[in-house]
Write a protein that binds this ligand. Structure first.
Ligand code: AKG
Ligand code: FE2
Length: 228
């Protein structure tokens, strides 16, 4: 739920990184939450991925298309029973294309880069993260993909602090912004490999109309550039 007194504006915290507040209507959020509940059960269940040092992430993740574990994509979920994850449904691919339109289409209908164009965007993986109260995600790059096509990020539920930085270092300069349920964030072009993270979520801020009573869901759509 928007706690702001004034409408939140679209911002571009870095070149190629666009925040579109209030992008997804509540009805659409509810449909996605329903889909997430099913994906969380299987064929490969949602789990906390284990980092190379042996610590599980505080966030729980289920993947579509390709299975991701730190730090690689595989066809089978070898750390969660060895099954194959569900496909990325066509409606989610279309949502990704809509997101690029919302982020990158200029008033005259043009796009600054070819990889910003919706017709060139076919995300073949989606990572669905669930943040229970207290979960967070450290600064990292999304760099296990071989493609530099944009990452589309959709948030539902509790508001979080999202830290978006630069491709060179996990430190400053970065921008802290709040992602609320229904917000869209897209990062591509010169920002595609920028460090980013979620230092905290604000428990209890979710608008029940979005379908999630507690916690936060974030879905990222990506093109892996992998085949096979
Ligand atoms: O939860 C978010 O907003 C970001 C998630 C993220 O960075 C990731 O899954 O790689
Ligand atoms: Fe990420």
């Amino acid at each position: 739920m928007s706690n702001s007194l004034f409408p939140r504006e679209r911002t571009e915290p870095a070149v190629g990184a666009v925040h579109v507040p209030g992008w997804l209507p509540a009805q659409r959020q509810r449909e996605i939450v329903d889909a997430c509940r099913q994906w969380a059960v299987g064929p490969v269940p949602m789990r906390s991925a284990v980092l190379p040092g042996g610590h599980p992430m505080s966030v729980q993740t289920v993947c579509l298309g390709w299975h991701w574990q730190p730090y690689k994509y595989t066809r089978t979920a070898d750390d969660v029973g060895g099954g194959r994850v569900a496909d990325v449904p066509e409606w989610l691919v279309e949502l990704g294309r809509d997101a690029l339109r919302a982020a990158y289409r200029r008033p005259d209908g043009s796009y600054e880069r070819d990889d910003y164009r919706p017709e060139n965007y076919t995300p073949d993986t989606a990572l669905i993260n669930y943040y229970a109260e207290g979960a967070h995600m450290g600064m990292h790059q999304d760099k296990d993909e071989k493609s530099s096509a944009p990452v589309v990020s959709i948030s539902i539920g509790d508001t979080c602090v999202f830290r978006f930085g630069n491709p060179e270092t996990r430190n400053r300069p970065y921008t802290d912004l709040e992602l609320e349920g229904g917000d869209l964030f897209v990062f591509g072009g010169p920002s595609r490999f920028a460090y980013h993270g979620v230092p905290r979520t604000h428990a209890g801020t979710a608008d029940p109309a979005g379908g999630l009573a507690t916690g936060r869901i974030n879905i990222t759509l990506r093109m892996t550039g992998l085949s096979g």
